[in-house]
Structure formats: C-alpha cells, structure tokens
Design a protein around this ligand. Structure first.
Ligand code: BEZ
Length: 187
C-alpha cells in the first residue's frame, strides 16, 4: 500500500514553535481527533471536493478500496470547509492517518470575515497509486454502499461528511447528490 507520510515530513520544514493553519474538507471537518488552538470555517479557491480517491486503509480494504474525497483543480470554483490552527507536531498523527496518497500542499485560505491566511491542505492528486478518478454520482453511491474498512463503513463517512457540511451551511452538490442516491438505494 502507498505511504505518503515520509514524503510529507520531507516536504515541509515547519518550525516547531510556529502554529499553522490546516484546511479540512473531508473527514477533518467532522473528525478532529487532534489538539488545535483555533477552528474557523474557511474556504479555498480553485478547487472542488470529489469522491475520486481510493481508501484502502480506512473505508475499504486493499482488495476492495472505498471512495473518499480529494480536491480537484477547478478554476473559478470554491471549496468550503473548516480550518484548524495547529502546532506542527500534530502532523505526526495526521500524516499517518492520511498516508494513503495525500500530500500536504501550501494554499491561501479565506475566512468568512474576508481575512486571508496561508495554510496547508492534504491533496491526493491524479498521479497517486490510490486514485480512482471520475465516475458518475450514482456509480459512486453504489461503490460507497458496498465498501467497508477498518474505520467503518464508507456510507458512514459519506453521511457524516454531508451532515457536517449542512451544519456549516455549505452546499456541495456532488456530496449531496451521492448522499441522495445512497439513501434512495437503502429505501
Ligand atoms: C480533509 O478532511 O481535509 C482531509 C481529506 C483527506 C485527507 C486528509 C485530510
């Protein structure tokens, strides 16, 4: 299986005493299992959230990977999520948790009050070995309905993400359409 944890450690020379902003757009929105100094709704421009990354270690298995979100470049679009102010030691935990293809990338973040900051975001690009790529939203819903892994069902991941986005008043049609198809299949 892929392991991007070492590459992430090499890529960023962060000063241990200097907190950074981390932008979360997937499970980081609803699963903050790490210490943080502040937490603020935020967005990044030029990206969209897509269920195009394989999960071999959390919501699927090496033989039957699930589908989780990554960011895909989309000029003019905005992806909303949650930003966390963290100390760099927290990346020890997060790089391990998100080791299946995600690399940390520097990005400008915008907060609701118009303030901007530099931050980091985990992105799994199309050239990583766990990337599954595009499929129709009904196909993605079927795939998610059939996938389970050590962290639980893939359906739970989707439903928790959709609920967390609603709590933030964020409309993400890709996520909500897939949720709709998944729930319809369960009726
Ligand atoms: C996130 O929620 O931002 C996230 C998504 C995938 C991997 C790591 C973090």
């Amino acid at each position: 299986m892929l392991n991007t944890a070492d590459e992430n450690r090499r890529r960023h020379d962060l000063h241990p005493d200097h907190p950074v902003w981390l932008f979360g757009y997937g499970s980081l929105i609803y699963k903050a299992d790490f210490p943080y100094l502040a937490r603020r709704p935020a967005s990044i421009s030029g990206w969209v959230r897509r269920f195009w990354q394989g999960s071999h270690d959390h919501r699927g298995t090496p033989d039957k990977p699930g589908r989780v979100v990554t960011l895909i470049e989309a000029p003019g679009m905005v992806c909303a999520g949650m930003a966390y102010r963290i100390t760099p030691d927290v990346f020890e935990h997060l790089d391990h948790r998100e080791k299946n293809g995600y690399l940390r990338v520097t990005t400008p973040l915008s907060f609701a009050d118009g303030q901007h900051e530099q931050g980091l975001v985990y992105i799994a690009t199309a050239d990583n070995a766990a990337f599954l790529g595009e499929a129709s939203e009904p196909q993605i819903a079927d795939h998610i309905a059939a996938s389970h892994g050590p962290s639980g069902s893939n359906a739970e991941y989707l439903l928790q993400l959709a609920e967390a986005l609603r709590q933030l008043d964020v409309v993400d049609e890709h996520v909500f359409h897939i949720e709709h198809y998944l729930l319809r299949a369960c009726d």
